[in-house]
Design a protein around this ligand. Structure first.
Ligand code: NAD
Ligand code: TYD
Length: 337
């Protein structure tokens, strides 16, 4: 039986990954370590908590002793590190915790992996480490790292540390760099769920600047299948870009959401831009397609419809996450924009 430690498995992508593994890989035991920050939510793991192949541990990846004891106790043979502070706007407001979790936390996991002879370390990184593109071209795995936000700088620092552990001590690792994800259980601070939530409650949809920023959207399940392929099939030391080949401007995405929900475009409000906003991301996924035979399972149109349906069918989940502290967050981010 494969035995993996997934960190950040109560967040958006991590919980989708844990659910996929439990449903599709019956010979895999998952220890799920998550601090349950504002972004971590046990309601994301509905249906997984009772599974005998899943053990949830509420803890910080910066707790070296606890991480090492989990590796020993459960004889872990791979770590998949999703745990992170993940929102660019928050990193601009308060960068410190991004360094603590994304850089120091990754360092602690790497040291533990080395001490305990963990066979593979998968670092879940992002296309944002490459910086921004102009109107042409795509990021390849050879594009130099040139991060622009405190978030992407912290992720790039972690990528360098992972590579350094491989180079210096022979740690067997892979790094995945994925484009923007969307789908079930995404916290409504990120664009797509925030716009769905605002449209559903007839609130203004805050578009930063001219709204012509481009992202390459990937349905979260397809990111998860790519990570599983990397974990189980890739040679150590390889880096893989993962993208959906779905470049869209923010205006296109928001108009699609409004159309699908039958809401008026008059809800759109152009607000003060994000400082240092990256203009365009686009991913060349040629390597993972040709080497690991990975393909996305849905088009953007199918994925966004599934996502909107999910938010419509899970109003309780949405109501829970947008109550309480979320209101203060929303006011502090958007109150003066
Ligand atoms: P998320 O913010 O939804 O979830 C992060 C999870 O990590 C939460 O459950 C949180 O509680 C946990 N966490 C945070 N700090 C922790 C700590 N110190 N110790 C233990 N757990 C901690 O993030 P996400 O969108 O699911 O992203 C997951 C990973 O994928 C991140 O590493 C992110 O950089 C990367 N990524 C995200 C996207 C995207 O579009 N969301 C795209 C590419 C890569
Ligand atoms: P986001 O979901 O924060 O992801 P990232 O910044 O990591 O790509 O933002 C996606 C795009 O949407 C980005 O160009 C910023 C823009 N955006 C808005 O226009 N309004 C918003 O309220 C948010 C959260 C994002």
């Amino acid at each position: 039986m494969r035995r993996i430690l997934v960190t950040g498995g109560a967040g958006f992508i991590g919980s989708n990954f844990v659910r996929m593994v439990l449903e599709e890989q019956t010979d895999c035991f998952v220890v799920n370590l998550d601090k349950l920050t504002y972004a971590g939510n046990l309601e994301n793991l509905t249906g997984c908590m009772e599974n005998k192949n899943h053990k949830f541990v509420k803890a910080d990846i910066c707790n070296a002793k606890l991480v090492e004891s989990l590796l020993d106790e459960h004889k872990i043979d791979a770590i998949v590190n999703f745990a992170a502070e993940s929102h660019v706007d928050r990193s601009i407001a308060e960068p410190d915790v991004f360094i603590k979790t994304n850089v120091t936390g990754t360092l602690i996991l790497l040291k533990a992996a080395l001490n305990k002879n963990v066979a593979r370390f998968i670092q879940i990184s992002t296309d944002e480490v490459y910086g921004a593109l102009g109107p042409e071209g795509k990021f390849t795995e050879d594009t130099p790292l040139s991060p622009n936000s405190p978030y992407s700088a912290s992720k790039a620092a972690a990528d360098h540390l992972v590579k350094a552990f491989g180079h210096t001590w022979g740690l067997k690792y892979n790094i995945t760099r994925c484009s923007n994800n969307y789908g079930p259980y995404q916290f409504p601070e990120k664009m797509i769920p925030l716009m769905i939530n605002n449209a559903l409650s007839e609130k203004e949809l805050p578009i930063y600047g001219d709204g012509l920023y481009v992202r390459d959207w990937l349905y979260v399940y397809d990111h998860c299948t790519a990570v599983w392929k990397v974990l189980t099939e890739a040679q150590p030391g390889e880096i893989f870009n993962i993208g959906g080949n779905n470049e869209k401007t923010n205006m296109e995405v928001v108009n699609l959401i409004l159309h699908r929900l039958g809401k008026s475009q008059s809800l759109i409000k152009h607000v003060t831009d994000r400082p240092g906003h990256d203009r365009r991301y686009a991913i060349d996924s040629g390597k993972i397609i040709s080497r690991l035979n990975w393909r996305p399972s849905v088009t953007f149109e199918q994925g966004i419809n599934k996502t909107i349906d999910w938010y419509l069918e899970n109003r309780d989940w949405l109501d829970h996450v947008v109550s309480g502290r979320y209101q203060n967050y929303y006011e502090s981010m958007y109150g003066n924009r």
